[in-house]
Design a protein around this ligand. Sequence first.
Ligand code: FAD
Ligand code: NA7
Length: 536
Amino acid sequence: MEKDFDAIVVGAGFGGIYMSKKLIDQGLSVKVIEAASDVGGTWYWNRYPGAMSDTGSHLYRYSWDLDDLRQYPWERTYVRQAEVLAYLQHVVTRHRLRQYMEFDTEVISADWDDSSDLWVIQTSTGQKLAAKYLVTAVGLLSRQNFPNYPGIGQFKGELYHTGSWPKTHDFKGKRVGVIGSGSTGVQVITALADEVKHLLCFQRTPQYVVPSGDVVATPEYRKEINDSYEDIWKQAKNSQFAFGFEESKNPTMSVSSEEREKIFEEAWQQGNGFRFMFGTFCDISYDEEANKEAADFIRRKIRATVRDPVKASKLIPTDYYARRPLCDTGYYQKFNRDNVDIVDIKEVPITHFTEKGIVTSDGTEHELDVVICATGFEAVDGNYTRIPIRGRKGVTLKERWAGGPSSYLGVSVPDYPNLFMILGPNGPFTNLPPTIETQVEFISDLISHANNQAPALINGTKRPVVEATVEAEEKWTDLCDKMSANSLFRKGDSWIFGANVPGKKHSVLFYFGGLGNYRMVLDDVIRAGYKGFLGY
Ligand code: FAD
Ligand code: NA7
């Protein structure tokens, strides 16, 4: 073996950075391995024009460094990609973490060795490393979903996926096509409309998009946040979605139609997709009548914004308002520009690519200089099934998860000892930095606890070995299943249930109980002596 570590952390985004800090602070020898050339994760890769958070700037960061929280600048109420990237680089520098990180290196396999109780890791640079603990912070929206249209390789123009954007681009005077109209498509279309000669949006499923409410963060606003930062985090971490607002407890139909309209209008003016869906009323995501009220409100807004009735009819969704809520900075308005048009590819599907562009089933060849695939990700388990991660008996996670991924608490899988996942399957569906922090702190405490046990107590193994029990995994999986059973989200085909990738099984990928409840569950697990984990 070339080198032994206490812990290897894979990924240097929000998760990997904080995980490495916590383990280094415990005095462990740690190596972070990252495929990219620098830190940042999502914010390293997704440099497409318009890339920004849909979480408010004050909550799209770490909560644990209060001095830094109060001092570190942000310009607007939402953070742009370059700002998040700069922030994460700053955190790594401030806490001197870069020395533990190895970039341009991919973990290509990980094998549990029962004889030594170690993880053996192979990298793309030919290294063979071993570690007691393997922590995967490989991201849940990280493995790209690239469309597989016939002839795509023959296209002579520029072809990009938003999730691996080049460091520079110049689309001035060019005819640009965008495939996809999820969060990313909405952002990239909004940003490019004014810049390019012609923008053609290939839309399969229209979405419900509400304004983000993005404005300049005034000094007064910043002072207000700074003065109450601790309370803000406390509220967020104990709420359901951790977006910084109180989730509504009122059913949609419990108020008069005038009152309902007023509440929707106020939320529309204030902005934020999660606030609109979950801050207005409590039942939009599971009650069909409530869902229709919210959907109708947004449909009216689209109709009132988009002047061309043909474009408007293509942009207006007809299915449930039940995907990750989106927000924008003027998306629908861009369709009032003469240089922006839309093709409904449910009506006229893309049949193939040619050297010059994209052909749809009506026989039209749309000539393009640039095609941007805003086609999303193989979410949650994508990076786990991409490489062989073999636990006891040599079974890969991909094989184990053939019927759909499962875990205990989103962090541990039976038969994969000392493997801990950050944002693994069936973790909370929330604003993610506070969930990442919660899981990092839980994993870090668990590792510390394991290391402090007398070896004799730990199943007679040579080293501390911790893994979830099958029973705990089954119970957690069952709970996640039940919690999403009534959700209208489950009826759709979005990445939230793994249903956006051709051939992938529709499965439960999140715990819908909210971050506050999840944190209480973790507290109970700890209080009960790490209930559900073997080795204790
Ligand atoms: P990532 O940031 O995805 O980092 C994972 C890293 O692991 C990557 O750098 C990858 O290169 C590396 N990696 C993976 N596999 C390997 C391997 N085998 N070997 C070596 N390295 C590997 N969330 C929110 O809560 N709010 C938002 O507003 C928001 N906006 C988003 C906007 C976009 C465009 C996208 C794509 C996602 C957004 N997200 C948002 C989700 C976002 O992914 C998380 O908030 C967060 O950044 C995840 O951090 P992470 O460290 O867990 O994973
Ligand atoms: P999403 O939300 O999965 O959206 C992807 C979009 O691309 C969506 O409109 C898809 O249509 C479309 N798509 C996917 N594959 C194809 C093919 N083959 N042909 C045509 N259109 C396709 O990904 P995003 O990147 O926008 O956002 C993911 C999350 O990242 C987001 O929620 C934020 O948290 C950040 P469909 O809807 O499947 O019909």
